[in-house]
Design a protein around this ligand. Structure first.
Ligand SMILES: *Cc1c(COP(=O)(O)O)cnc(C)c1O
Length: 384
């Protein structure tokens, strides 16, 4: 028997329930223990319905979904792809898989997401040079949508495809529209730490059923329709398994509650830290409603009397997981040779940003403990 994890408070652990257990056992007993089956199809159909898109392909990871999205956009060796610098490495790794090079774009201070003005400047510059990027990847950071209307408008003008990396944003909205549905191809992740989980998995969603069907074909080793194994191009083993999809199906049924809980967690932190000069929450842009996948705050060490690292180390000593905001990709040794449009916004977020425990299963008592330890780290008693 494997014991469950002890009392440590994690950043964003899986949050599963009875529906997942029942559906998983149903899938197991059905004999569909393969990357095919009724739960897989139902998971795709229900997700497409939730997002209001015509088609969806369930895959082994969000990273795989990004890789296939870029391939569908025609990205290949020698190309450039614009990617926000403030993101998880997967957004940029998928570009590398295609043989293209990422070009990193700094953030807008009012959303921390990719700055549309920088995208516009870069595309104008590239157009003058006569060589446009092959695609733009916009990331919905920490559950807040990128400002996609201006990004899509600019990209449409230059005929550059845009992919929405909504791995952290399932359940968020942008001007009333669901995250993941804001561009012709959207990417979701069901990693263990995301809004919903399949224990590892992802999905490519889109408005063109033929494109999604091609993604499914590429994800299953690109088998041609023939009784024998016939291949004309390189495929991948990227399909999600039916058992995992059954868990995802159970999770999806509770999406609303999970997002509501993450939003409540963010509100509680916001209220608790409102009177601490030196702590500011991640900004919420007026155009949408984030999931608050992670509650992130920034610390002005001088005003607070404690640095981001002081607070993080105190939390760690209390067995509470917290993490600095993403280290910008253009500061990563891995991407040392890549171009970057750098305004310093992402650098400041990394220097000051701290992600706090935000999982939908976080109890009120656990959150109160997190708040107490933050107050202790700055030498003040918690007032709430
Ligand atoms: C988690 C994540 C991914 C990758 O998803 P996986 O399912 O872990 O491969 C991609 N982009 C962003 C922004 C993410 O947070």
């Amino acid at each position: 028997m494997i014991e469950p994890a002890p009392d440590r408070v994690h950043l964003s652990p899986p949050d599963t329930g009875d529906d997942e257990r029942a559906l998983l056992l149903e899938a197991l007993d059905s004999g569909w223990v393969a990357p095919a089956g009724p739960h897989l199809t139902a998971f795709e159909d229900e997700m497409a319905a939730v997002l209001g898109v015509p088609a969806a392909a369930a895959l082994s990871s969000g990273t795989a979904a990004l890789h296939l999205a870029l391939l569908l956009c025609g990205v290949g060796p020698g190309d450039e792809v614009l990617v926000p610098t403030l993101t998880f490495v997967a957004s940029a790794n998928a570009v590398t898989y295609t043989g293209a090079r990422p070009v990193f774009v700094d953030s807008d201070a009012s959303s921390w997401c990719m700055d549309p003005a920088l995208v516009a400047e870069e595309l104008a510059r590239c157009a003058r040079r006569g060589r446009l990027p092959a695609a733009v990847v916009a990331v919905d950071l920490y559950g807040q949508c990128a400002d996609l209307d201006p990004i899509v408008e600019i990209c449409t003008r230059y005929e550059v495809p845009v992919v929405e990396d909504a791995a952290e944003a399932l359940g968020a909205t942008y001007r009333g529209r669901p995250a993941g549905s804001l561009t012709p191809l959207g990417v979701l992740s069901f990693n263990g730490n995301k809004i919903i989980t399949t224990g590892g998995g992802g999905m490519l969603v889109g408005d063109d059923p033929e494109a999604i069907e091609r993604a499914r074909y590429l994800a299953t080793q690109a088998r041609q329709p023939a009784p024998h194994y016939e291949h004309t191009e390189t495929g991948f083993n990227y399909r999600l398994g039916n058992l995992a999809a059954a868990v995802g199906l159970g999770q999806l049924r509770h999406l609303g509650e999970k997002v509501a809980r993450r939003r409540a967690i963010r509100r509680t932190y916001e209220a608790a830290f409102a009177e601490l000069a030196g702590i500011t929450m991640m900004p919420v842009a007026a155009y949408g409603e984030p999931t608050h996948w992670l509650s992130v705050l920034t610390i002005d060490a001088e005003a607070l009397g404690a640095s981001r690292e002081d607070v993080r180390v105190r939390l760690e000593a209390a067995d509470i997981e917290s993490r600095p905001a993403w280290k910008p990709m253009h500061r990563q040794p891995l991407f040392a040779g890549c171009r970057a449009l750098d305004t310093g916004v992402a650098d400041r977020v990394f220097e000051r940003g701290l992600c706090l425990p935000s999982g939908s299963g976080l109890t009120e008592a656990q959150q109160a403990r997190v708040i107490e330890v933050v107050y202790a780290a700055v030498g003040q008693p918690a007032t709430r």
